[in-house]
Design a binder for this molecule. Structure first.
Ligand code: ADP
Ligand code: MG
Length: 620
């Protein structure tokens, strides 16, 4: 008796893609199926050491590949954890994770790029349908009696029935498409395994038939012999001494480990012996993973204890701002049956985590010596590193050294160190401005005050800046200050405005205050502006307000002080004018245009346009 099931809609979409669109790198289907077999072995390996019921299992973990050239079949078999009936439907028919959906929405249409995404999104199993028009999965869950067969041609439905299978584990048989029959060959399989699965930490065997000839001429006889070759070295590469590894070993391991077709940007291999004993192997990818900024991102680090895989979904193995790192932590000191919940409070792990973080930050610092390489790194990972400023107090200084900023005067991004080296003698603090985007920041009238004194201002327009930068406090004993805050502006020590000038503006300030009323905190005079007016305030942060607004929350509007430029012709002329309507319109227009410069938008654009029209009409 077999039961028919239909695939979930998204799976159908996915299968459709696998079958009809993704042609490049077809061979990765084997990498994906071997990787699943390896995961299944990892899981059972762990259970045989920790689960009473499975402790007596005679477990000799292995992956076996076999093929039939005539029938055009290829099979991948493991003796791992296996799946029962429910798991077959759950894992190979529905989407448990958000993986498939995000995979579908990330597709670019570029077939080469798209097929590179398959492994990263956890939809590896379905890649079997790139090369096969029928797939049979026979599986028996460890510790259970019944075995089940899952059969599908990838077209909307699959069937599950009871089948016969003696040992626990999973056997997947692919009925290859005519044009993909080449995968049923010894040479092809060996090559793919060498390329993608050499460092899978379990032995992979290839079964094949060898034809020998005996005798000569008329007597020549064909003798077939069944053979089984081990085709990978199955070393846990992170345990191998650095001296015995070549660059290519690391690169190949990375590709299969991270399901990434491109090479890593850098690797960091560490072996620690002493009070604690552990090995780590970390990789920095060339390109940021697709889910870097998603709440449900997948951790890139796997935890092993004495080479036994423990978990790959612990997001605390490294600090979150290093979540782009892929790799392995293997400890000799942790107990094997350490519960996953307890890991987070574990002292040994905290120790490894702290040392690893320092090591990684140090290696990133090394990349800075090569300007071009660091630029590549920084475009991918600079933003996420900044998050460490509020999360990782211990390494704040190290992270600060790694950051690069745009500035008011230079084309290239610079480090805080470079900023300090160029500071004029009389400059007391490091100045920064946070805003919506660089263009708006560059146009800000506030900058003028700094430029006039020969001071550089760091310009910041990343979403995280508003949260992390004000908290920095100081760098190398120099305070970091918001260039826009009134205390900072006081520090610049603008020249005093004499009493006579002050008096001459009194009336204008009064009528402006009447018009703008609640909108401004105060109206004052300035002699260090180029533009007619500027808005200055305390720790104001337009981006924070924007972010809150996006989350549906409103910050109470922060009031600013409006500064009037006493040397600007508009204000010089206006101060002796008594046309009430003109004064009112101009007050609004000046205020609104200052707001526009600051945040790129104003609240009532219609009023703004009307007032502008009025004034234009008057001058015509
Ligand atoms: P991923 O490996 O990223 O989870 P896949 O599409 O490759 O995604 O596999 C889906 C799921 O099917 C796996 O998570 C696993 O639960 C199950 N699975 C696939 N192959 C095997 C296997 N050989 N043994 C046991 N379970 C398997
Ligand atoms: Mg997989």
């Amino acid at each position: 008796m077999s039961k028919k099931h239909t695939f979930q809609t998204e799976i159908n979409q996915l299968l459709d893609l696998m079958i009809h669109s993704l042609y490049s790198h077809k061979e990765i289907f084997l990498r994906e199926l071997i990787s699943n077999a390896s995961d299944a072995l990892d899981k059972l390996n762990y259970l045989t050491l920790t689960d009473e019921k499975l402790k007596d299992l005679n477990f000799d973990p292995r992956i076996e590949l076999s093929f039939d050239e005539k029938k055009k079949t290829l099979s991948i078999e493991d003796n791992g954890i296996g799946m029962n009936e429910k798991e077959l439907t759950d894992n190979l028919g529905t989407i448990a994770k958000s993986g498939t959906k995000s995979f579908l929405s990330s597709l670019s249409g570029d077939k080469k790029k798209d097929s590179a995404l398959i492994g990263q999104f956890g939809v590896g199993f379905y890649s079997a349908f790139m090369v096969a028009d029928k797939v049979i999965v026979q599986s028996k869950k460890a510790g259970e009696d019944k075995a089940y067969a899952w059969v599908s041609d990838g077209k909307g439905e699959y069937e599950i029935s009871v089948c016969k299978k003696d040992t626990q584990g999973t056997q997947i048989t692919l009925y290859l498409k005519e044009e993909d029959a080449n995968f049923a060959s010894k040479w092809e399989i060996e090559n793919i395994v060498k390329k993608y699965s050499e460092h899978i930490p379990f032995p992979i065997y290839l079964n094949y038939t060898q034809t020998n000839f005996e005798g000569e001429g008329e007597d020549k006889k064909e003798i077939k012999e069944d053979k089984k070759d081990r085709i990978n070295t199955a070393k846990a590469i992170w345990k191998v001494s650095k001296n015995d590894l070549k660059d290519d070993d690391y690169k190949e391991f990375y590709k299969s480990f991270a399901h990434d077709n491109s090479e890593p940007m850098k690797w960091i291999h560490t072996k620690v012996e002493g009070t604690l004993e552990y090995s780590t192997l970390f990789f920095i990818p060339q390109v940021a993973p697709f889910d870097l900024y998603r709440v449900d991102y997948k951790s890139g680090v796997k935890l092993y204890v004495k080479r036994v895989f423990i978990t790959d979904d612990d997001k605390e193995l490294l600090p979150q701002y290093l979540r782009f790192i892929k790799g392995v932590i293997d400890s000799e000191d942790l107990p094997l049956n350490v519960s996953r919940e307890i890991l987070q409070q574990n002292k040994i792990l905290a120790n490894i985590r702290s040392a690893s973080t320092k090591k990684i930050l140090g290696e990133i610092q090394n990349i800075t010596q090569d300007k071009e390489a660091y630029e590549k790194f920084y475009t991918q990972f600079g933003k996420v590193l900044k998050e460490g400023l509020y999360g990782d107090y211990e390494n704040k200084d190290k992270i600060l050294e790694l950051l690069r900023f745009h500035t008011s005067t230079q084309k290239d991004m610079i480090s805080l160190k470079e900023y300090k080296e160029k500071m004029p003698k009389d400059q007391k603090s490091i100045y920064y401005m946070i805003g919506e985007n660089l263009d708006l920041l560059r146009a800000s009238p506030i900058l003028e005050k700094y430029t006039q004194k020969g001071y550089e201002v760091l310009l910041m327009a990343d979403e995280v800046d508003g949260f992390v930068i004000p908290g920095i406090g100081e760098y190398d004993k120099t305070a970091l200050k918001d260039a826009n805050a009134s205390q900072t502006l006081e520090e610049l020590g603008a020249e005093k405005i004499n009493e006579e000038t002050r008096k001459s503006f009194e009336n204008l300030i009064k009528s402006f205050k009447e018009v703008l009323g609640e909108e401004v905190k105060d109206i004052t005079l300035s002699n260090s502006l180029n533009s007619p007016v500027a808005l200055v305030g305390e720790e104001q942060n337009p981006m924070m307000a924007n972010l809150m607004a996006q989350m549906g929350q409103n910050l109470p509007p922060q009031k600013k002080t409006m500064e009037l430029n006493i040397h600007h012709p508009i204000l010089e002329k206006l101060k002796d004018n008594s046309d009430k309507e003109l004064l009112a319109n101009t007050a609004h227009l000046l205020y609104d245009s200052a707001k526009l410069l600051e945040s790129g938008s104003i609240q009532n654009a219609k009023d703004f346009a009307n007032r502008l029209n009025d004034i234009i009409l008057k001058t015509l």
